[in-house]
Write a protein that binds this ligand. Sequence first.
Ligand SMILES: Nc1nc2c(c(=O)[nH]1)N[C@@H](CN(C=O)c1ccc(C(=O)N[C@@H](CCC(=O)O)C(=O)O)cc1)CN2
Length: 315
Amino acid sequence: MSEMKRTPRILDGIAIAGQIKAEVAVEVQALVARGITPGLAVILVGEVPASQIYVRSKVKTCGELRIFSEMLTPPETITTEEMLELIATLNAREDIDGILIQLPLPKHVNTKRLLEAVSPDKDVDGFHPMNVGRLQSGQPALAPCTPAGIMEILRRSDLPVAGQNAVIVGRSDIVGKPAAMMLLNASATVTVCHSKTVDLGSVTRKADLLVAAMGRPGFVTAEMIKPGATLIDVGINRITDAEEVDEFFPGDEDRAATFAKRGSVVVGDIHPAAFALAGAYTPVPGGVGALTIAMLMQNTVTAAKLRRGISLGNK
Ligand SMILES: Nc1nc2c(c(=O)[nH]1)N[C@@H](CN(C=O)c1ccc(C(=O)N[C@@H](CCC(=O)O)C(=O)O)cc1)CN2
């Protein structure tokens, strides 16, 4: 009997982000009714174009949800000491519940010291060692936004996690490591792969749930996945070469039109040909990336509540 080929399910990050933002808006409304307006400070150092876009989008989303926001834009030349002073001021401010330092920072600045200087209860990025430790020990914590978004996609799409073989490709502090911890806390069997992993394909082919987060366009190919697996693509890579666009998206007229208009298209870390074999997958764009800002809004409201001893409900 010939095998039935199923159409993979597309996990719509934009729709899920919309649901989360609507829920956050209701929470904000309830807080405002009690005289509390959650506040977020976003620090953007220098003029990295992608960071500028993300930060503007964060500030705009705050406005939509009635969260107070303040954008601080020190010059590229700011020193670690000056940044520490800025963070100390924000830590002390009563109207600020969340502090976010947009990454990456310039090389001369000590990123680790700065992330550790953010008060753990205002650490809406979940990067402070205290929050990393809380996440690791399974305690409620402000958790990094992108991996938290992955968990929301899985939960809201009713995809199983407990008992699944989850393989994460990439071990960054922002995505790979916290995603591993969250999946482990949700009872998946977790393997983390990286640049030194031997015979990567033999590991990824065992994954029921594959998270690709290493920042290399189309690195995970169709041969590296188990048919029917759930594929979560965290990569956002901009390709500017026409031949490469054609190799990634042969015959895709929409992509060709985007390329003609913008001179680039975005591709994830999973090769689009692999998606055809998946049971479900997050597209790029419109998948995990869309959740990052929604989860930041959620974390800001959580921080506002925690600081005032307000119950988080069932979270
Ligand atoms: N302090 C932080 N810095 C950075 C984080 C972070 O969580 N905290 N993550 C990334 C950038 N980022 C948010 O800051 C972010 C990335 C992607 C998206 C997004 O909406 N992506 C879209 C596509 C965007 C595009 O076309 O370029 C998508 O995937 O659909 C939002 C926010 C690094 N820095």
